[in-house]
Design a binder for this molecule. Sequence first.
Ligand code: MGD
Ligand code: MGD
Ligand code: SF4
Ligand code: MO
Length: 692
Amino acid sequence: MTDPNEPSERTVEAERTVCPFCGVGCTIEYAGNETTTGVEGPVNTRGEICPKGAAAFDVVTHDDRLTEPLVRHNGRFVTAPWEEALNRVAERLGRIRDDHGADAIQFFASSNCTNEENYVFQKIARVLGTNNVDNCARLCHSSTVAAMGERLGAGAMTNTLDDLSETDCLFVNGANPAEQHPVAFRSYLLPAIRDGASLIHVDPRANDTTEAADVHLPLEPGTDIEVANAIANVLLEEELVDDAFLAERVTGVDAFREHLASVDVEANARAAGVDPEAIREAARLFGEADRGAVITGMGTSQHRCGTDNVHALLNLALLTGNIGRRGTGVNPLRGQNNVQGASDVGALPGVLPGYEPVTDPDARARVADEWGVEPPAEPGLTEVTATHRFGEDVHGAVVFGENPAVTEPNATAVASAFDELDFCVVIDLFETETAAHADVVLPASSWAEKAGTVTNTDRRVMRMRPNATLPGNARRDLDILTAIGRRLTDVPEEFEYDGPEAVFEELTRVAPIYAGMSYDGIGDGYQRWPFPVDAEAGTDVLHTETFATGERTAPLSAVDPTPPADTLDTGELTLTTGRVLQHFNSGALTRRSDRLMAMRGEDVLQIHPDDADDRGIEDGDTVSVANERGEVTVTADVTTAVRRGVVFCTFHYAEPLVNTLAGDALDPVAEIPEYKHSAVRVEPVAPPVEAD
Ligand SMILES: Nc1nc2c(c(=O)[nH]1)N[C@H]1C(S)=C(S)[C@@H](COP(=O)(O)OP(=O)(O)OC[C@H]3O[C@@H](n4cnc5c(=O)[nH]c(N)nc54)[C@H](O)[C@@H]3O)O[C@H]1N2
Ligand SMILES: Nc1nc2c(c(=O)[nH]1)N[C@H]1C(S)=C(S)[C@@H](COP(=O)(O)OP(=O)(O)OC[C@H]3O[C@@H](n4cnc5c(=O)[nH]c(N)nc54)[C@H](O)[C@@H]3O)O[C@H]1N2
Ligand code: SF4
Ligand SMILES: [Mo]
């Protein structure tokens, strides 16, 4: 916190903006006294927020904020003037490009930052001559986007939060919206449940979402395909499918039936460790519902078979005709406040702004018309693959608002890989664990110090507005990026913008899905893509008459299970990871909030009483969790919320660094890591002391 004895030179005022945390996109503003409050916005129509939104200001005035550029001299960081720091960035990255080509540099974009910032960021990479730009969408829903893109032609939520409140059945697979998308859960999903909608929760753990569930399938991590295929089998066997929809809108039905004939519900239930009767009950609830909606999250997507997991869920929606109507669909709840937007504006290695493939010459030519430089035609590296190649063919990195040394799998190896680079610049609010391996660190702007737009989970573009001035010599992210673009590229004039609105205008010309949007049009409300809403269909729901592929039909696609990469030796347990309400991702922001830390201040390992007993572990004991990649010590929370054989931990803390335990396996299609299944040994750190 700021020193109360020092008069603060920072002015603070209330301006409607968007919460910096999750993809729900609640509207908040400064409320005085270093706090924020929810105000009525497009999503939180009654001004409702969760504890993170309420604590958002804590980070803005935190003492740890970077206020000067840092440049490494003889191994140590020293503060430096902006000119020197920026020149060093341009000179060193320029040298890497000259020596090895632009593809030797990796650009880590920020799903925590605005559309305008990410648009400029990917433009720097592409103008420089590389498609090596990626964002955290890689780590959350890249598999979802891949499967949905292939089958339906669009990787975003098919439906809107608003219409999901009209559903009759929620099929929530590997997501915990009660904690991770709290306002969406309380204001859109719970009302549907109170109106009689059923909830099926497919999750190895019982958590806050499970409390509202009619059926809980506590599957073994990594067995989602077994469960979804068993449900598909029951749907077909018990004639719970929508024959009219299958006839009109679906192809591959016969081949799918044939494939599913070999699926045995009992055997799949056994493999997943769930009750076959519960699978049947789930199938009946979903199949008999007039409107059934699938909601999917990280438990589905973060496996080496993440793309297939989503294919298996898409089958359930297509079989039951639950696509293209209100209250239905397949709905990935997006992660950070702008992970949807960072992807929309082209911070991905395979697509240009608006998801046009880099391999499409017409799309490249359209971009070249605007930029005067044609983007390269070869898709770039995804972010985890890139870190695996640091020091080999990748020699430089620009890390913008990401903390891969904490959040990528096998994190200790990732941190060392950063030391293999010739040059790394980090643009962040704090001296992060990744910054510790950088050569230059640039002090950036928090959510409260910038203007721009972000795109929430149901594709709504909303405006952010500054509530505070910058601390010390920190600069706005957009100013930092344009300054780098002007120094580093051969087209400095392409990085002269008169503020974020001018960037947005360019974006609407380059990205077809944003065409026609404007700051004025958005105002205090929102504009949703595809824009404008199709007047004929009269709805914001996708795929109503045709799929986004342009086709009237989408295919069923049979998938078989893939075993996780880690196999369990005797005595080992399966570690799966995830989130809690009070903390956010790497914890960079939430660990620094006293009020959030007071609510939940440490990481714990959830472990089943029988597994704890076997190891002589009691509730509250310090335990070691280890495998060949690393070890962490953490407090045991002995609970029946997790199934036997499975332990659960968050990854919100740099200490313990849980991601040291996650493996390098990637989904072959989307290159998403297998965060949700690692083999670990769990032991008490010291033998329990007998109390007399
Ligand atoms: N409070 C809070 N909210 C957040 C975030 C945060 O860090 N904290 N982060 C944001 C981001 S970036 C994202 S991507 C979203 C993610 O939101 P969610 O997808 O809800 O996040 P997770 O907790 O990672 O995973 C969801 C559930 O998957 C379960 N799971 C684990 N393994 C498996 C499995 O093999 N199969 C199935 N079916 N389930 C499994 C876990 O037990 C967990 O309850 O949340 C966003 N919102
Ligand atoms: N074990 C395990 N690991 C996981 C996951 C999991 O479920 N399990 N989930 C994965 C997922 S889904 C995700 S999205 C990733 C998240 O991974 P990251 O994106 O690396 O984590 P974050 O904490 O969201 O943010 C990173 C950085 O952004 C900075 N930042 C915030 N706002 C701003 C800003 O306005 N400007 C600038 N310049 N910087 C800013 C923060 O200070 C922080 O250092 O983690 C992944 N890692
Ligand atoms: S639900 Fe998400 S967007 Fe809304 S206040 Fe909480 S963290 Fe912020
Ligand atoms: Mo995420």
